[in-house]
Design a protein around this ligand. Structure first.
Ligand SMILES: [Zn+2]
Length: 281
């Protein structure tokens, strides 16, 4: 059905101060937003994620994270810092990140982009293959230029000097150009700086301090939404979270201990002098 306001010309004539003027029709803005949303690479399983569909329950830090995410989306692009969402798998970090991304694309016409960090690195690496037609810059330019970039699951990538340098380049370029980025990570801050499962050990000293300069950190725990029964309400989620908390406390940190034994001891100071390097791996 053609647009009733402009008959699909995408222009409308309006009267302003006694003069007739052509202006963009609302349907043009909507078409731009729809195209930008389609180009944002949001994975199918997150495409339904909105701030309204994020189910909360009595969990102060989770509710605070939602409130901060909402404020960010409403104020965009007049925002000083990006967001860094930290928490165990399944607590809705990617949902929140995508919800903000969607909202700023739809309401502000922002150029938004979503990447799982490992997928982005894989794509960049693939351009080094001569049989692949896309060049490195063709992959990197939209990542650098996006008004809002979501980098999902940072810290999960297998580290190497190349990985460290590539991520540092992306993050630093966006920071210097004052572009906003939302990160999610399963790797928490730990008091023990040597813990190989800490965010610091996973991303390296240089990246870690840069992330603090450019993001507001929102760390929270909660029920695993992936194991939520259909139609689970706030009370069910609260009960699930409590069970999980008891289990988490009771579990020996066997996996972490094994990883630690396999790694050399990370030395954050060594990372300062090693551009793009990763502590201890
Ligand atoms: Zn129209």
């Amino acid at each position: 059905m053609p647009c009733p306001l402009c008959d699909d010309t995408r222009w409308r004539v309006v009267e302003r101060e006694g003069r007739r003027q052509a202006v963009r029709c609302d349907c043009w803005r909507e078409a731009v937003a729809a195209r930008r949303l389609a180009e944002a690479r949001i994975p199918r399983r997150y495409q339904h994620c909105t701030l309204e569909s994020f189910v909360t329950y009595p969990n102060e830090k989770l509710q605070n994270a939602l409130a901060r995410a909402r404020r960010f989306a409403e104020a965009f692009p007049v925002v000083d810092k990006g967001l860094f969402l930290i928490g165990p798998p399944g607590v809705g970090k990617s949902h929140l990140a995508v919800a903000v991304l969607r909202q700023v694309i739809l309401t502000r016409g922002a150029r938004g982009l979503f990447y799982d960090v490992r997928e982005l690195l894989r794509l960049i690496r693939s351009t080094y293959d001569p049989s692949v037609r896309a060049s490195e810059s063709e992959v990197l330019r939209p990542v650098m230029d996006a008004d809002l970039l979501v980098l999902d699951d940072i810290g999960s990538e297998k580290s190497s000097e190349w990985v460290g340098e590539t991520l540092n380049l992306i993050v630093s370029t966006r920071y210097n150009d004052r572009r906003l980025t939302i990160f999610t990570s399963n790797y928490e801050e730990k008091e023990d700086a040597d813990d190989p499962d800490s965010l610091l050990a996973r991303v390296g000293f240089r990246m870690h301090s840069r992330l603090y300069e450019m993001c507001e950190f929102l760390e929270y725990d909660g029920a695993d939404y992936r194991h939520r029964p259909p139609n689970a309400g706030p009370e069910d989620l609260l009960a699930m979270w409590k069970v999980q908390q008891r289990r988490r406390v009771g579990l020996p940190r066997k996996a972490a201990t094994q990883v630690r034994a396999q790694l050399r001891k990370p030395d954050p100071r060594a990372d300062v002098a090693w551009p793009g390097g990763r502590a201890g791996t």
